[in-house]
Design a protein around this ligand. Sequence first.
Ligand SMILES: Cc1cc2nc3c(=O)[nH]c(=O)nc-3n(C[C@H](O)[C@H](O)[C@H](O)COP(=O)(O)OP(=O)(O)OC[C@H]3O[C@@H](n4cnc5c(N)ncnc54)[C@H](O)[C@@H]3O)c2cc1C
Length: 388
Amino acid sequence: MNFPDTRDQALARLHKFVRHVGRYSSNRNHVIPHHGNVSCLSAAIRHRLLTEWEVAEAPLTHYAASTVEKFTQEVYWRTYWKGWLSLRPQVWDDYLEGIEEHPDAEEIRQGKGPVAVMNRFARELVETGYLHNHSRMWFAAYWVHVARLPWQLGAKFFQDHLLDFDPASNTLSWRWVAGLQTPGKTYLPRRTNIEKYVAPELLDPHGLELLENPNALMPGNVERPEVTRPSLPEVEVPSDGRVLWIHEEDLNPESSPLGAYRPSRIVVTGEFFGKSKIQKEWLKAALDDVAGRAGKHYDASVEQVDDLIAWVGGNGEAEIVAMRPEVGPLHDRLGSFNESGLKLSLVVRPEDRYLRSLARSGFFGFWKKLRSRMASGEFPASGQRELF
Ligand SMILES: Cc1cc2nc3c(=O)[nH]c(=O)nc-3n(C[C@H](O)[C@H](O)[C@H](O)COP(=O)(O)OP(=O)(O)OC[C@H]3O[C@@H](n4cnc5c(N)ncnc54)[C@H](O)[C@@H]3O)c2cc1C
């Protein structure tokens, strides 16, 4: 498998994949060798080598919007989760505080548990940094409801290996499987469902009897997390001449409001993503790619550095402009950046601000509103084409 790690590769994959999007809704759930039913673009989208609206628009060169609605919806699940968590950042803090090691977890992480297909998924995750969506759902459900391990520890296992690790999609999907995100609803790993959707050559039946009739582990009283951060600060793009900081949360500032900025110099970091070797390798290639693109686009010198604060200290630069990172490991460090005297101007894409405002309750309400904005041509503002 390969997971595009440059913008050109991601665009090439997107344009190849769009021809198959007409069959996406019937094929998507089937887990087959090499994952040809899905795009495998999640790492590129998550780190913004591509934007969601770019990906959503691409299939329209081949299909009517209604034919590819399922794909468009999936693309916007990411944006929805991101908006939902951004409105309630305490849910991320609670996840971090809840991570606690468990004596039975290592056996499952190493792919040495009693259910062979789950062992395959654990190994695939560690070896490739990717799992099909359905495999993620079954594995998470097995972890929580069958192995009876804490969901936070499972989410951390994914965090430490997925190339597309996304604080919102990961944390909230694990919460959903565990019955915390939609109170009263859990997701269970059922033998019949696995047999139906996993290609026979990938399915070793050993241990499937444990998934014959799994019992849901229902959480106790589930409270709906409140919106605690209703809006993000409005920051105008500052006048030209500051340092432009490009980081792992947005590797495509050229397509943002910072596209027209004229920085004095550019610094690229990827400090807070990547624990595993393959995560680090993926990110390194993507950072090299953005450094090359940004140097040409902005016609400015670019430095890749490991530690932003140390670089700032050594270079006497204090005023920096960047894309605002969303809730997650990099965002958690902003406080210490401010304390070190850094003056950061953090810019939000208008599309993100707008979609965040629609993510206050469930996905289908979000989608209904977004779909009608797309139909009227109101969204995306930069779109060349009307959806629906
Ligand atoms: C327990 C669990 C943990 C997950 N953790 C992550 C994570 O850390 N990072 C992450 O990017 N996704 C996560 N997902 C969502 C989803 O599984 C992946 O985005 C998807 O499998 C990526 O594969 P793809 O690019 O081939 O998707 P495709 O099917 O080709 O979909 C196209 C794009 O739509 C978006 N998308 C599709 N399905 C989802 C979904 N269910 N939720 C959010 N966005 C979606 C992705 O950007 C994806 O690249 C998780 C799902 C579960 C059940």
